[in-house]
Write a protein that binds this ligand. Structure first.
Ligand SMILES: [Zn+2]
Length: 159
């Protein structure tokens, strides 16, 4: 999968969960959802690659990266009291969604260097671009809807 899909799945997961639980104010929701989305890029940022072989022969696309993210998230949340505790879940979740998406679009070796291949091309590469475009369009429509809402609130406030 491409980078915008890897960002969007944890980003929208956070927004939908937050909406369902109705817990945060708008500012922290935006900030936290962007952090969750960015965490979804971690495996590709740790190992920038152009080929499937490079992806499959790296530690960045393994369960070891998820475990490392759990440990780092735990350390950061305990050390810095102002960081929201939910990141112990959201950072490893975002990395796990990345691994899942790559597993269904070419496959990964989750236990590398053990030679166990998980997944296949269930989603063909030409569909990766369509997935990215769909997520970009959803984001643009959300932004426009929010802008319209803000204009209505401002208009009501000043009238
Ligand atoms: Zn990847």
């Amino acid at each position: 999968m491409l980078i915008f899909t890897h960002f969007s799945v944890p980003f929208f997961s956070y927004i939908l969960t937050d909406k369902f639980l109705n817990k945060h104010d708008k500012n922290s929701k935006t900030k936290h959802s962007i952090i969750a989305g960015t965490a979804g890029l971690i495996p590709d940022l740790l190992n920038i690659h152009a080929t499937l072989t490079a992806r499959q022969n790296s530690y960045s696309h393994t369960i070891w990266t998820v475990l490392l993210c759990i440990l780092i998230s735990l350390f950061v949340v305990i050390k810095f009291k102002n960081i929201h505790k939910s990141f112990i879940f959201w950072i490893p979740y975002a990395v796990t969604t990345h691994l899942f998406l790559d597993a269904i679009s070419g496959g990964i070796k989750p236990l590398y260097p053990v030679n166990f291949l998980l997944g296949d091309y269930f989603i063909a590469p030409h569909l990766w671009i369509i997935s990215d475009i769909c997520f970009i369009l959803i984001l643009i429509s959300m932004y426009k809807k929010q802008s319209r809402k803000n204009r209505v609130v401002n208009a009501e406030f000043f009238n």
